[in-house]
Design a protein around this ligand. Structure first.
Ligand code: CTP
Ligand code: MG
Length: 223
């Protein structure tokens, strides 16, 4: 049986500054979010695709076959709304959460993440992550470096993130949704075990205009 996907696309895209929702910004001839929808369509483990959209703008999300859900005030609220829709007629077991802002996600990564969580009963979630390439330092309140962190212990967290639905529901119910930047951190906060799966370097996030240019170049190259 397949797993439902939730693509969160309800953000306003302040840092991109395109004057409208980031998910609808054009990337290589299509709205940004459509590239993620495509990858999830091609993933063999996915059976339904929910998309959390900016309130009142569902009509602009026209990809065939998707199920739109109204997003919320923060990313985690959008995930909570999507999860409510996904579980409205029962618990499908697992869910894959993905940011529409990562248009280069591959079907292979999506499937590998689902299979990875499905085959490890110890884990409550499995998330895509990349090794750190920058050196990372921690600053004190005065803005002065306190320490240089050991990069070999750090990863840069991305999406897709796969969850067992009861764990994600419990984490959302207990968590501070306004502060969380991903859902795995909510699962960690309630003691859940979160594993990582290494994502390819191309799984970039579109945050600022330069990212959009890079995504277009990478898409062009992969054609
Ligand atoms: N997101 C969402 N609902 C929100 C906020 C964010 O569904 N209330 C989604 C975005 O659409 C995006 C993903 O979460 O796909 C990651 O968020 P981010 O990259 O921060 O996108 P925006 O919030 O749109 O951008 P910004 O923070 O620059 O305004
Ligand atoms: Mg944001």
């Amino acid at each position: 049986m397949g797993v439902p996907a939730l693509i969160v696309a309800a953000g306003s895209g302040q840092r991109l500054g395109a004057g409208g929702p980031k998910a609808l910004v054009e990337l290589s001839g299509r709205p940004l979010y459509a590239w993620s929808v495509d990858a999830f369509r091609r993933a063999t483990r996915i059976d339904r695709i929910f998309v959390a959209v900016p309130p009142g703008q569902a009509g602009q999300f026209e990809e065939p076959g998707i199920i739109t859900v109204e997003g919320g005030e923060t990313r985690s609220h959008s995930v909570a709304n999507g999860l409510a829709a996904i579980t409205a007629d029962g618990d499908p077991g697992m869910v894959v959460v993905h940011d529409a802002a990562r248009p280069l996600v591959s079907p292979a990564l999506i499937d590998a993440a689902v299979i990875g969580l499905d085959s490890d009963p110890e884990l409550h979630a499995l998330i895509a992550a990349a090794p750190m390439t920058d050196t990372v330092k921690r600053l004190g309140e005065d803005g002065i470096v306190v320490e240089t962190l050991d990069r070999s212990e750090l990863v840069s967290v991305q999406t897709p993130q796969v969850f067992r639905i009861p764990n994600l529901q419990a984490a959302i119910a207990a968590g501070d949704l306004s502060a969380a930047t991903d859902d795995a951190s909510l699962v960690e906060a309630v003691g859940g075990s979160v594993g990582v799966i290494e994502s390819p370097s191309g799984n970039i996030k579109v945050t600022v205009p330069a990212d959009l240019e890079l995504a277009a170049l990478l898409l062009e190259r992969s054609r």
